[in-house]
Write a protein that binds this ligand. Structure first.
Ligand code: ADP
Ligand code: MG
Length: 279
């Protein structure tokens, strides 16, 4: 576990010095169902700095998924401002949002949403098809992303030949393939048993330690306790925000194995991000 003193810094750099990946002001979202209006978000204010690991909590219907869909540029707000990496995405049109989504966002859902007729490798390669990269480079990156989640040896398996936890790891690899600056996970452990859930959380912690900004939705307090900050929603608003604090760091045997037997996580992530690997 980290000490209290370390907890206000991310990877040695103080939080205040970090740029905001997410800056949201007075964000609202209303759904219209015939004559009925559902105020799903009623003015959300939130800032998430680069390298944070935030858990969004709150009862069913409190607006968590609606908020995640706005953060992930899958939908547009009714009103308010959203700056993603400093860019005003709330003003963008559908085409611009699709580009931003592909460049900056990695999204993982409760139901893994893999294409059943494709292999793990093909699923992970898919978001790169729109990147304009040559096929050889796409496959290299997809293999690196699978290595990060410890599934290099399962590249040729189809989703039905994988366990739930492995399928979610493929989905995480797919989300990582484009080297996003923001990783969003909406109840990623909702369909998994507690041991498998821990493996998924361990991977997210590992990615966060390598610098990735993570926002995770969960209604399970024990899962949320593995994040560094908990934000609670109630009736479409932020009810409570713990700010950065101590976290419980887990090291799963699976991640250790992935780190030892596959290319190391940091090297893979660095090379996916196009950085020089120095050690
Ligand atoms: P949570 O993820 O916290 O369970 P949601 O964001 O899914 O909450 O839902 C917030 C509110 O918005 C709920 O009242 C829900 O019924 C409503 N809602 C969500 N999506 C839609 C939609 N596509 N159309 C109409 N109402 C919706
Ligand atoms: Mg939800």
């Amino acid at each position: 576990m980290q000490t209290e003193k370390q907890s206000d810094a991310i990877n040695g750099q103080r939080l205040v010095a970090r740029p905001a990946v997410i800056h949201v002001e007075q964000l609202t979202k209303r759904y219209y169902m015939g004559r009925n209006m559902v105020p799903a978000l009623r003015g959300v204010n939130l800032e998430v700095k680069q390298g944070e690991f935030v858990a969004l909590m709150g009862p069913s219907g409190s607006g968590k998924s609606t908020f995640m869909n706005l953060l992930g540029c899958l939908d547009r707000p009714t009103s308010g401002h959203y700056l993603l990496d400093g860019m005003p995405v709330s003003k963008m049109n559908a085409n611009q949002l699709a580009d931003i989504r592909n460049q900056k966002i990695g999204f993982v859902f409760q139901s893994f949403n893999l294409l059943s007729w494709m292999t793990a490798l093909d699923n992970v390669e898919l978001p790169l098809v729109y990147s304009g990269l040559p096929r050889a480079e796409r496959i290299k990156r997809a293999r690196q992303a699978l290595a990060i989640v410890g599934l290099k040896s399962r590249a040729d398996h189809r989703p039905t030949e994988l366990s739930g936890g492995q399928q979610q790891r493929v989905a995480i690899a797919r989300a990582l393939a484009t080297a996003p600056s923001l990783f969003l996970a909406d109840e990623p452990t909702g369909n998994l048993d507690s041991k498998t859930s821990m493996e998924i959380i361990a991977i997210l912690q590992e990615l966060n330690l390598r610098g990735l900004t993570v926002v995770l939705v969960t209604h399970e307090p024990d899962i949320a306790s593995y994040a560094r900050r908990q934000v609670t929603f109630r009736d479409g608003r932020v009810l409570q925000d713990t700010g950065m604090k101590d976290w419980i760091h887990i090291t799963s045997t699976m991640v250790q194995k992935a780190t030892l037997t596959e290319e190391t996580t940091s090297q893979s992530l660095a090379s996916i991000n196009g950085e020089q690997v120095t050690n």
